[in-house]
Each structure stands twice: as structure tokens, then as C-alpha cells.
Design a protein around this ligand. Structure first.
Ligand SMILES: [Mg+2]
Length: 134
């Protein structure tokens, strides 16, 4: 799977003043992400750091990922700033943190795949196509 993982308050605790250099790693979550990496998934860390302020946090972030041992294939600082993200393929970081042990993570990924397969099957049966708005 191609998996995008947020950074702040997902794999680290970041101070409310958003001084990213002071972020503290959540090692359990990094271990979960590393497990996904080791299982062969494509891991991209995706953050909105600097998106509003215009400050380039690339170097700080790269150093942190390295220091924290966060395995990844790519780092993108292109995530838009938003207050709420509504999407059909989201796993909330709090749920991930609470239930993301090895077994739960495998079950979650399997469930995502099953849901996707079922959606596609239903679409095929109903003749729906995903060509976007007419
Ligand atoms: Mg975040």
C-alpha cells in the first residue's frame, strides 16, 4: 500500500506554539510506521510544517526523522493546512495509537482492502463508474 503518515501529533508531540524543533517523538507510533515500512509498504511522511508561516522546516524535519529512526521512502512538506480532513481512506492517529499493535494494524489494513474490494464490487454490480461529475 501507498501510505501517507502525518508527523505532528501523529509520530511526535509538538508544542502548541508549533516550534517543530521541540517536537518529541512518540516512539510507539514510529515503531508501528516502521513495521509498515518493513512489511513492504510505501511510506511517505506528509506534513504541513511551514505551509502557513512560509518557514522551510525541511532540514529540521529530515534530521528529526533520522534521529527518531522513522523509516520512510519520502518526505513531503506539501500537505495543506486544514481544520478537518474528511476522507474515505483515513485512519485517525488517536485510533492508530490506541489500537495500532501488530495484530490490530494488520486487521485495519485488511479491513481497508476488504472495504475497497466491496465498494468496487458494488460499483460493478450497480454499473456505477468513477469518472467524476458529469
Ligand atoms: Mg498533525
Amino acid at each position: 500500500m501507498n501510505i501517507y503518515i502525518d508527523i505532528d501529533d501523529t509520530i511526535c508531540r509538538t508544542p502548541p506554539n508549533r516550534d517543530y524543533s521541540k517536537a518529541k517523538p512518540i516512539l510507539e507510533n514510529i515503531a508501528l510506521a516502521n513495521q509498515l515500512y518493513d512489511e513492504g509498504h510505501q511510506i511517505t511522511y506528509w506534513t504541513a510544517r511551514g505551509g502557513v508561516s512560509g518557514i522551510d522546516w525541511t532540514k529540521v524535519t529530515e534530521k528529526q526523522l533520522k534521529k527518531w529512526g522513522a523509516k520512510h521512502h519520502a518526505l513531503k512538506l506539501t500537505k495543506p493546512a486544514y481544520d478537518l480532513f474528511i476522507d474515505d481512506k483515513v485512519l485517525n492517529a488517536r485510533v492508530w495509537e490506541k489500537r495500532g499493535n501488530k495484530v490490530a494494524m494488520r486487521v485495519i489494513l485488511q479491513q481497508f482492502q476488504k472495504d475497497k474490494d466491496n465498494d468496487e464490487k458494488e460499483d460493478e454490480q450497480s454499473g456505477d463508474r468513477h469518472d467524476g461529475p458529469a
